[in-house]
Design a protein around this ligand. Structure first.
Ligand SMILES: *Cc1c(COP(=O)(O)O)cnc(C)c1O
Length: 948
């Protein structure tokens, strides 16, 4: 016998995938922290009265191979059909080069939002390409770098119009040819703001009665019209004209700018982003120059770096709209960066001619399809169209839809006597023939001459996408290298820890990511018939159950596409609850000063009045101030919004009391769940007094950050709020929708589900404990160099800690200098100046190993030594490695006349030598960029140097 049974090695690596420190490393770290065991540390950190008494029970954890088999089975319950339903969602071909090099590439999907421009030049360039493409296609001056979906973009455009219009009218006009989900969402957004929504045909528009109007182009039933006349009429009455346009159609059709539209919105989904049962997809919003200062979402702009070379960065007023709190114009934080990047590469990949060819091909097929139907005696509307037609079928509607399904095709039921058909890039001649057969027509798709049915006066005459980037040699070799070059400029999780407080940049494991690309998840239309989406329904319902078990809530809504959307949805749910109780007067929302900016921004979007509550010197909510303000609000108290553990990185002992006070005055407790990574398995928000929370699945539950999205912000609620959760025109419910699709962005839900299934209850709980250990380890190692701003009663921090850097101001060292110097060490900076100005907030997560934590701590300590040298006068106050950071290769090769060595500047102690990360640009000048706002690709020669 080669070995005895007692020689068998235990296999205990199941959770080692996700949890960084090994058992031996944890023991060493506990020694540093000064805790006898992990459980002792947790007992000292998490207050008794909020601990859950029974362990989290989610059944046995699955291995990776079990998980993938399980996912295959669930995916198999979805039926991949050819969906010609349209309504803003079209099948598309993701070029394999983009699928492999971007969509499935951690260098792209694990990046953070590009707040640190020096380490984000690659994705900033891709996003600038996106803006340039949108701006060109729509014929408008400025575009942002994505919104959550087309429907929310319509609503954002409405509120932009309300702010920007000189008209004093309070109503908003919506073309009845808008997609139904767009109309429904506009209604949801309008109601709490007191905006009256008028839905009608464009010819019924009374321009004097509205501050703005939105038209769909092409219309949801395929109609095309020139909106120049209604927009001119709107302008005469100082109102704003908005067009929701299909960007692919705009390659053939007269653009919104040429109709003098002020704003254009739409979805970039059909630019290579899979349907995914509704998302994630990038929406766009473009506007005339005059409106650019109130654009929601993020805008990439061009500035200069310390060498005077062009460099990209997020432009100031949109770097974070929501930092203006209740004065913010929008709560958009996480958007759809990764999907915008994919769409932008799709544009680069095809170029303007390629896009036009795709659009023409789709149009020709639609024209042939229509001709075939007409020749068989069917009544086809409209006469002229791009890719969408509506066929009158009378009482035959059911039969036609059913025969289509038998052919593997989903068509759209319109009313009870018509059928809608929208063709797309994937439509083949056989598809057209199969559609004909569904109508009882047998003919081949090769006996019809090609002809056009676009109205002559709507044919596009202007150029678009003339920038060289859209005209590069498109051999795949070049494309592959362009994508690689851009991702190499960036620092994402695949290279180093991203210790961002409150953002929980943890591992997005490969096994979790794989199912997202499977056609059974990616090629499903959001409005596909129920029996085709049983796999999705199982996934959504099981994941909801799991999240309810974890949070102690009774019901979940998967609709919100980000944390901030979750806040908005949760507050609307609370408002609907108050209304149902006849408490319409409850309009006050208490929010502590340390809240995330999206909290007050969401509250104001719900028409709530924000009352700010103080924090004590220790960083906790000032309970007396809270009580006073709740009392003053009395029966006008709608809600409070608290974050737990607090954004100060502490488990406050008073959280139950704060909830009780709120309830005593009839208010509801909104608990911002962004910090749930410190609670899973230890404490449940739904059991400590909260009524509703959003969970950031892109933080705690492993959906990658994508460079600024996608995200998912489902909300959990207690039973009494469940009837008031967001509804949807296609899935029912009493309330209106907050997203275009009924379940938000379902195609990324497999990631969070896989995480839970592979961790199990014990694994998830262990992750929480280790996240807390890692944070306390960093706090301990750094506290002598950087004061830890806030700690709990026992001197412990939660899963993150705030390092105070304000004392160094005396030596001229700012938080910016430290952040940029970290780049020389190969790190992404922690969260800067939030929630306290002049500080750094560090959240290591459970995924980082001791070695990586030590590397980070060593870097921070080396920086502290440099600060000491400045303080001691050994280093120049203005010309030192901190002030000149980050150091680039041009610094290295240029004449070196600095009072410290090249070595000290470029290779600080502990930084990698061979694997050194070189930022492509020096420190970026934000002020310059904001004074000279340039938001489309500059001419090539102006940034040749930076690109080399
Ligand atoms: C991230 C975060 C949010 C917002 O979430 P998004 O998905 O970016 O909209 C809200 N609150 C807190 C505390 C957060 O950290």
């Amino acid at each position: 016998m080669p070995f005895a049974p007692t020689d068998y090695l235990p296999y205990d690596f199941a959770n080692r995938r996700h949890i960084g420190p090994s058992p031996e490393e944890m023991a060493a770290m506990l020694g540093v922290v000064g805790a006898a065991s992990l459980d002792t540390l947790i007992d000292e950190t998490v207050p008794d009265d909020i601990r859950q008494d029974e362990p989290l029970n989610l059944g046995r954890a699955m291995s990776e191979s079990e998980l993938l088999l399980h996912m295959r089975r669930v995916a198999g319950r979805n039926k991949v059909m050819t969906s010609l339903i349209g309504m803003g969602y079209h099948d598309t071909i993701t070029p394999p080069a983009i699928q492999r090099n971007v969509f499935e590439n951690p260098a792209w999907y694990t990046a953070y939002t590009p707040y640190q421009p020096e380490i984000s030049q690659g994705r900033l360039e891709a996003l600038l390409n996106f803006q340039t493409m949108v701006s060109d296609l729509t014929g408008l001056d400025v575009a942002n770098a994505s919104l959550l979906d087309e429907a929310t973009a319509c609503a954002e455009a409405m509120t932009m119009a309300q702010r920007g219009a000189k008209s004093k009218a309070t109503a908003f006009f919506v073309d009845k040819n808008c997609h139904p989900q767009n109309i429904a969402l506009i209604r949801t957004r309008a109601a709490p703001l007191g905006i009256e929504v008028i839905v009608g045909a464009p010819e019924d528009l009374d321009p004097a009665a509205v501050f703005g109007a939105i038209f769909q182009y092409p219309g949801t039933y395929g109609g095309l019209r020139d909106f120049s006349a209604p927009i001119a009429a709107l302008h005469e009455h100082k109102a704003v004209g908005i067009i929701a346009a299909d960007p692919l159609a705009l390659t053939l059709l007269k653009e919104p700018g040429a109709m003098d539209a002020d704003i254009a919105v739409g979805s970039m989904q059909r630019f290579g982003v899979p349907l995914g049962y509704g998302g994630p997809h990038a929406a766009y919003l473009a506007c005339k120059d005059a409106y650019k200062r109130s654009l929601p979402g993020r805008i990439v702009g061009v500035s200069v770096d310390s060498h005077g070379n062009p460099a990209y960065r997020l432009s100031l007023q949109t770097r974070e709209q929501h930092i203006r709190r209740e004065k913010a114009t929008s709560n958009v934080c996480t958007a759809q960066a990764l999907l915008a990047v994919m769409a932008s590469f799709y544009g680069v990949f095809h170029g303007p001619k390629g896009l036009k060819a795709i659009a023409q091909r789709i149009h020709r097929k639609t024209a042939r399809l229509a001709r075939g139907l007409e020749e068989a005696g069917f009544d086809v509307e409209p006469e002229e169209f791009f890719d969408t037609i509506t066929v009158k079928v009378g009482p035959m509607q059911g039969v036609v839809l059913k025969s289509a399904v038998a052919e593997g095709i989903n068509l759209r039921p319109v009313g009870d006597d018509r059928v809608g058909i929208a063709l797309d890039e994937c439509t083949r001649p056989e598809t057209v023939e199969a559609v004909w057969r569904a109508f009882g027509i047998t003919r081949r798709d090769d006996d019809l001459a090609a002809y056009y049915r676009v109205p002559l006066e709507l044919v596009r005459t202007s150029d678009f996408m003339t920038h060289p980037v859209f005209h590069m040699n498109r051999a795949e070799t070049e494309m592959m290298r362009y994508m690689r070059r851009l991702s190499d400029r960036d620092l994402a999780l695949d290279r180093a820890m991203i210790p961002l407080g409150s953002c929980t940049m943890k591992l997005n494991s490969a096994a979790e990511m794989m199912p997202v690309s499977w056609p059974e998840f990616s090629r499903i239309h959001p409005f596909a018939p129920e029996d085709q989406v049983q796999g999705y329904r199982q996934l959504i319902s099981d994941l909801s159950d799991t999240l309810c078990t974890i949070t102690g809530y009774d019901a979940m809504s998967m609709q919100p596409n980000s944390g901030a959307q979750g806040e908005y949805a949760g507050l609307l749910t609370i408002a609907a609850f108050h209304r149902a109780n006849g408490d319409d007067q409850r309009k006050i929302c208490l929010i502590p000063t340390n809240a995330h900016g999206t909290n007050p921004a969401s509250a104001q979007m719900c028409g709530l009045q924000v009352v700010t509550v103080k924090c004590t010197a220790r960083g906790d909510i000032d309970v007396e101030d809270f009580r006073r303000k709740a009392e003053a609000a009395g029966d006008r108290l709608a809600a409070c919004m608290i974050t737990y553990p607090s954004t100060h990185g502490v488990f406050e002992r008073t959280v139950r009391e704060v909830c009780e006070i709120t309830h005593a005055f009839g208010g509801q407790v909104y608990l911002d769940g962004a910090n749930l990574n410190a609670m899973v398995g230890l404490s449940r928000p739904g059991k400590i007094g909260a009524d509703v929370s959003h969970l950031n699945l892109h933080k705690t539950f492993c959906i990658p950050h994508g460079g600024g999205g996608p995200g998912m912000g489902p909300i959990g609620v207690k039973a009494h709020l469940a009837p008031h959760l967001p509804g949807h025109p296609f899935s029912g419910g009493a309330e209106g929708p907050v997203s275009g699709a009924p379940y938000g962005s379902p195609s990324i839900l497999p990631i969070s589900w896989a995480y839970c299934l592979m961790m199990g209850g014990d694994g998830l709980t262990q992750a929480t404990k280790v996240a807390i250990l890692n944070a306390n380890y960093i706090a301990k190692r750094l506290e002598s160099a950087y004061p830890i701003l806030y700690k709990g009663d026992n001197g412990r921090v939660a899963h993150e800690c705030i390092l105070d850097t304000r004392p160094f101001a005396d030596h001229g060292v700012t938080v910016d200098d430290i952040a940029k110097r970290l780049i020389d060490h190969g790190f992404h900076a922690p969260t800067m100046s939030w929630p306290v100005s002049g500080t750094l907030m560090v959240e290591p997560t459970e995924s980082e190993t001791k070695a990586e934590l030590d590397r980070f701590c060593d870097a921070m300590l080396a920086i502290r030594a440099e600060i000491d040298a400045i303080a001691a006068g050994e280093m120049d106050r203005d010309n030192n490695p901190l002030k000149n950071a980050p150091h680039t290769t041009s610094d290295l090769i240029a004449e070196w006349n600095r009072p410290y060595s090249r070595e000290a500047g470029c290779f600080p102690v502990g930084a990698f030598r061979v694997d050194k990360y070189w930022p492509p640009v020096g420190r970026v000048d934000n002020v310059y960029g904001d004074r000279h706002l340039v938001c489309t690709c500059p001419p090539l020669e102006s940034y040749q140097d930076a690109a080399e």
